[in-house]
Design a protein around this ligand. Structure first.
Ligand SMILES: [Zn+2]
Length: 60
């Protein structure tokens, strides 16, 4: 089973970095993703490890 992040999640990450929160870690290590299937929708959460900000999206 593979997981793909939604476009909204990707955009949030991009915007977040454009807004000035850029990790000094290797690209790709700034964000952690959580996938929680719940019923008919999948709850995707991305968290920035730099500032702790989170964004949640629901994907059908
Ligand atoms: Zn951040």
């Amino acid at each position: 089973m593979t997981f793909e992040t939604s476009k909204r999640i990707d955009n949030w990450c991009k915007r977040h970095q454009e807004n000035g929160c850029v990790s000094h870690a290797t690209a790709g290590e700034q964000f952690v993703y959580k996938f929680l299937p719940s019923g008919i929708v999948e709850c995707q959460t991305v968290k920035c490890l730099c500032c702790g900000k989170e964004f949640t999206d629901y994907v059908e």
